[in-house]
Design a protein around this ligand. Structure first.
Ligand code: TLP
Length: 340
């Protein structure tokens, strides 16, 4: 059996989700007539503490619809240098919204309010307009780091002072809330829009939701259609999404616990492991005298999958299909690599 620690995106729907899909009441969502999609959007808005929400095909679509909704081409967007929006979305912000990015190197993914304040453009005929600030929580490339509500509040205060909206890429926001044992609204209150993924640790087969004010979501709905995201009988996909939002966040702490166990085990082998806060473990492979690629290939030979994050950094991500035994077997596989 393969132990797949590449990503929490590999999670399959639960039995209850499959049943909910089969039984879903559907209609044409482009006409606003899919009752299950409408219910998902209502529930998402409520949980995220926003007026309205929109069901989108993916996290990338949710983020890009947000950028398109907040900005016009030629605008500037401030975001963290290692953020998914900048690093992993194929340059979509530039290609689709025609915006330019102003990246700031954060501390474990967190933007410092002072740096944001400095980066916000003043009025000058030579300058682009700063139209959006993006935050990512948890921060993927920072190793699943949790951006604290007070850190988000600091950025929000600076943003509000300059009239610039804040978008949150909350692909794994429920992991952040589980880590701090708080509600997701502790984070979303410091944002104007938020995207959360239903298809990562929450185990839905597909989809994300974008939430914000009624007016923002009205505009976002229009952009989603332009991007080909009008999905007709999308209730079949929204039904498991409802269960993802209402039933699946309670078990995320288990994934975090296993990530901690994995990290502790790797440290016992004297490997350098980044601090673990949620379900992501970043390990440096150079101490083992291996590149990330070599390390992954040796792991793969023993049936353990992970991904490379850098020349000498490997990411392991725990999720619903990873058991305590899988963690022990992964550690045993690493032991074999280090002793070969
Ligand atoms: N992340 C994926 C890969 O794209 C790297 C993963 O395996 O972690 N925001 C964040 C913070 C993400 O981590 C991801 C996916 C997305 C957005 C995009 O979500 P999807 O894959 O649904 O477009």
């Amino acid at each position: 059996m393969v132990i797949d620690l590449r990503s929490d995106t590999v999670t399959k729907p639960t039995e209850a989700m499959l049943r909910a899909m089969y039984e879903a009441e559907v209609g044409d969502d482009v006409y606003g007539e899919d009752p299950t999609v409408n219910r998902l959007e209502r529930i998402a808005a409520e949980i995220l503490g926003k007026e309205d929400a929109l069901f989108v095909t993916s996290g990338t679509q949710g983020n890009q619809v947000a950028v398109l909704t907040h900005c016009v081409n030629g605008d500037e967007v401030i975001l963290e240098a290692d953020s998914h929006l900048f690093y992993y979305e194929g340059g979509a912000m530039a290609a689709l919204a025609g915006v330019q990015t102003r990246t700031i190197v954060g501390e474990r993914g967190a933007l410092h309010p002072k740096d944001v304040e400095k980066a916000i453009r003043g009025v000058n005929i030579h300058f682009p307009r700063t139209r959006l600030i993006c935050i990512e929580n948890t921060h993927n490339r920072a190793g699943g780091a949790v951006i604290r509500p007070e850190q988000m509040a600091g950025v929000y205060e600076v943003a509000k002072g300059s009239g610039v909206p804040v978008h949150l890429d909350g692909a794994r926001l429920f992991n952040a809330a589980a880590a701090l044992e708080c509600e997701v609204t502790e984070f979303t209150r410091f944002t104007d829009s938020v995207q959360v993924c239903l298809s990562k640790g929450l185990s839905a087969p597909a989809g994300s939701v974008l939430a914000g004010s009624r007016e923002l979501i009205r505009e976002a709905r229009w952009w989603r259609k332009k991007l080909g995201g009008g999905m007709r009988q999308a209730g079949y996909m929204a039904a498991p999404g409802i269960l993802a939002l209402t039933e699946m966040s309670a078990r995320l702490a288990e994934d975090h616990q296993r990530a901690h166990t994995l990290a502790e085990g790797l440290r016992k082998f004297s490997l350098h492991v980044e601090p673990v806060e949620t379900n992501i473990v970043l390990v440096h492979t150079d101490k083992a005298g291996l590149s990330a690629e070599e390390f992954l290939s040796k792991l793969g030979e023993q049936g353990v999958l992970a991904v490379d994050f850098d020349e000498t950094v490997v990411r392991f991500t725990t999720h619903r299909h990873i058991s305590d035994q899988d963690i022990q077997n992964t550690l045993a596989a690493v032991h074999v690599i280090l002793n070969s």
